[in-house]
Design a protein. Sequence first.
Length: 415
Amino acid sequence: MLKTVSEDCNLACDYCYYSTCHGRPPPRRKRIDQAPLIKVIREYLSLSRGSAQFVWQGGEPLLAGVEFFKNVVALQARHAPPNTVISNALQTNGTLLNEDWARFFHQYKFLIGVSVDGPGEIHDARRVTATGGGTYDLVMRNILHLRKHAVEFNILTVLHQGNVGKPRELMAFYPRMNFNYVQFIPGMDFRANSPDTPARYLITAEEYGDFLCETFDIWYNDGAPRMSVRFFDSMLSVHLGRTAGVCTHCPTCSQNPIFERNGDAFPCDFYMGDRYRLGNIADDSLRDILDGPAYRKFLRRKAELPEPCRRCPHRGLCHGGCPRNRAWDPGGRATGPDYFCSAYRRFFDYAGGRLMQLARNLRTQWLIDYAGSGRAWPGRNDVCICGSTRKFKHCCGPQRDQCRTDGRPPGTQSI
């Protein structure tokens, strides 16, 4: 991840944990310098093994200008090993999108995240300009540019006091606007450059638990979900024997360094203080940053579970949540679970049975499709066909025995 323009942003969202310019970026943008940009791209691509993913954030990364990103893709093309697949994702507030951006994103297959907190009255309460003006109508108009040019995008919604109690309103809003890919982020009030300062949370764990359960009921749709909600997708992935799609519920923190505009490297978007600085790409190789003692020390934080987490029956689903949300003593020992622990536990109890049923249904469909392909079944100790990396006998294999020899579940008929 690269902090494209550092904390510069043209909006003054009061819950932002990074930007400090209050919607008034300086006339001269703080774009990431060319030297560290080239070095990050070149060294990352040299370490890639056929694929490489870049994430561009800010502040508001579109403030860097389209010419900056044309330079980026040119550098990627220049330094990529043969047959490397490169993907770029960018998170924006949507206010600066236009035809030129949409044409560029389509040409280079960027995945765009657009921040939308819900219908107009909800969105405009928090996502405002420096003068307090709402941005909903502008963002909705600009999303039309993405649709016109077939740019893939998803929606990021920050949960706060104004929307956490309105799950049905939100879940009616997304399909009405044809938003099929949604991610929820619980709002927190803290500074990324002061990661050891306790956060103030915009919602309670009880509110978040209520929201997750009620939203899941709508998303589940009698076993036939019609949209993607990232948290639910991640939990379904775990029930399928894979890892969660979000770092919060993975066994370890993601090893994806964050680079500031001056080349400073940090281990996480929530941990950008001097204490967690991993080095600088101008002075250190990317390999040394990734393998250095500072990074290894940080990655051990996730496994420093408090006693309630070590005894929790949901540990395999949650893995202790996010270290940023735990209480820590001065010696670096976790003294309490994730702030949202009770919300997660409530959700796992509430939705676990239905998630397991969805997982069984998906496995059955995969087995049916695989049988119909005419390919030979894998051996018991071979890697499973579903991509979980588990052995076939410990994953989809037992479910295959429940299917008929023609690949269909018992009781089905040919059509």
